[in-house]
Design a protein around this ligand. Sequence first.
Ligand code: IPM
Ligand code: MN
Length: 354
Amino acid sequence: MSKSYNIAVIPGDGTGPEVVAEGLKVVHAVSEKEGFKINLTSFDFGGERYLKTREVLPDSAVDDLSKFDAIYLGAIGHPDVKPGILEKGILLRLRFELDQYINLRPVKLYPGIECPLKDKGPEHIDFVVVRENTEGLYAGAGGFLKKGTPDEVAVQESINTRKGVERCIRYAFEYCRKRNREKKLTLCGKTNVLTYAFDLWERTFNEIAKEYTDIKADYAHVDAITMWFVKNPEWFDVIVTDNMFGDIITDLGAMIQGGMGIAAGGNLNPEGVSMFEPIGGSAPKYTGRNMINPLAAISAAGLMLDYLGEENAGRKIEDAVMNVTAHHLKSLAAGQMGMTTTGVGDLVTKFALE
Ligand code: IPM
Ligand code: MN
């Protein structure tokens, strides 16, 4: 009997459904060719549902989603919903409650894509950020004192547990070994100022590094990292960091790989269910116009198949995406691709089947 995977799909808001449709088009084609099955179940979580029902995420959602092999997410964010409600109520809640403790973000400049960095090409930009995804400043610890008065105090604490830090660092060492490139893992921190949180990170990192003598253990401060991303991105292989720093440096990473039209990521729970998403937002002004670039969503689908163990399928999708960027796409920007959203999806599908 052929393998089959149950995938929960959350198309979400704005252009989310359009790009997800292209990702699934590619997945279906590749799955047939590779001999596995994909069963889809769609969930309507997002801004529209919230505006209709005033419920961000039903309580059953986490339980329901945890039964799938993976989750494929389009985009969350609606112009009529106050910023923060959907992001925290859907995206962050799922990351936390499904314990997706790794945010895996490949930063790779594909051929044919214009890089904003002078004299840098695909041979210089190919690294992966392993971002801790459930703790740090995102944990929601803190509060107000005397809110709304001149004496107001706001505290936002960064939570770093030994367990949380260790499992993230361990994952990064394992990932770096499996990736088998430079075999270099860089801890991105701020040990010169954040002397509690990053003391724990650094101690844990150095301890675990002793178990991975084949991997070069490296360290850089987060501010310096942003500088090196621009000046010498070729120095990096795998980077591990906390939630907040990871959020910031992966946006910079997305820009040096060409922008939000191409950047994809995975929210991983290696012991549970993982969720894959394009990094860009819901781009409401392009909704329904067949103009948005679906490559990030297609790449997220490729990451998902690779993660599920269908490495051939994942590789085929990435090769097909690279073929499109190298020879067929004018730009990654919506409306300037020289192709429609569905046209890009069709072309990736065609190349993935070759
Ligand atoms: C990301 C996003 C999210 C984050 C937002 C939408 C809550 O920026 O996935 O990087 O901050 O983690
Ligand atoms: Mn972000």
